[in-house]
Design a protein around this ligand. Structure first.
Ligand SMILES: [Fe+2]
Length: 284
């Protein structure tokens, strides 16, 4: 696994030639990403003030914290401006947005604790995103809003690129997750979801892993087939990041995708994705 840092755009085929063999690409200082980081900081401050008051509130008033996080997520999902800036950032990285499909842009907040399966996509264990969608040529886009350290970034496990991991793909169901999330929402804003977000590893991954460090305004791109997770030192403070998953149409993704080494799901979830340029459906 090589980490390729570039400030130059790469078109879909150039980018995927790296990603599909397991390399990571780090696009540095993308203009639209820098602007998005600035506006996201403003939005987060309008709900939580600075980082100190965020931590204080999390410790002293978990209910109030969760309620404010729900309001922040609502503000974020209403802000078409944020989605437009992210779309611009993808185009500035070299992606053809007319030929690529993406799921929703997510705002993840990882609190400094391990035991979170909150409604706001907290810390997550080792997994491959392809286990959830079952789309083998899918790729991930990821960017931190504030500076990160080894203790609160993403960790990759390159040994498992071609090595199977015992996992729950045979039994996990999106419908069951959706029902559990609805139930949590009906209880309260900080009720935990009683079902995993996505299939999970059930064996202990003993590899040390590789932490990836990047700055706000940078955009990390990797194959969704990579085994990865949130880094193991949760006491490093809150992490806010933006993330999205995408794949290209058949004219764009002509190269052989990474091999499926351990996903037992039967059907791909294409319906989670829409064309990035205009929101059109993916028609196979
Ligand atoms: Fe992931």
């Amino acid at each position: 696994m090589k980490i390729i840092r570039t400030s130059q755009p790469l078109n879909d085929r150039e980018r995927n030639a790296y990603l599909f063999k397991g390399d990571l690409i780090l696009f540095s200082r993308i203009p639209a990403m820098l602007e998005l980081q600035r506006e996201m900081d403003e939005l987060i401050r309008s709900h939580f003030g600075d980082q100190t008051s965020l931590s204080d509130r999390f410790q002293s008033d978990p209910q109030g914290f969760a309620a404010e996080m729900a309001l922040l997520q609502t503000s974020f999902y209403k802000a078409a401006r944020m989605r437009d800036l992210f779309k611009d950032a993808l185009a500035q990285s070299g992606m053809s947005i007319q030929h690529n499909y993406a799921d929703k842009l997510f705002l993840r907040c990882v609190p400094p604790t391990r035991d979170s399966n909150s409604q706001f996509r907290g810390s997550i264990g080792q997994h491959r995103d392809t286990w959830g969608s079952n789309i083998q040529h899918q790729i991930n886009w990821w960017s931190p809003i504030y500076p990160i350290s080894n203790g609160n970034t993403l960790t990759f496990y390159p040994h498992y690129w071609s090595t199977p991991v015992v996992n729950t793909t045979a039994d996990w169901s999106f419908e069951a997750f959706r029902k559990a999330r609805q139930q949590a929402q009906s209880i309260s804003a900080n009720a935990q979801i009683d079902y995993p977000y996505a299939p999970q590893a059930v064996e202990t991954v003993t590899d040390e892993g590789v932490n990836i460090l990047l700055d706000p305004g940078d955009l990390l791109c990797f194959s969704s087939a990579h085994l990865h997770g949130s880094s193991a030192e949760p006491r490093s403070g809150f992490r806010f990041n933006l993330e999205m998953r995408s794949f290209g149409d058949k004219d764009t993704d002509r190269d052989t995708p990474p091999e499926n080494v351990d996903n037992a799901q039967a059907n791909p979830h294409y319906h989670w994705f829409n064309r990035i340029s205009d929101g059109g459906k993916y028609l196979r």
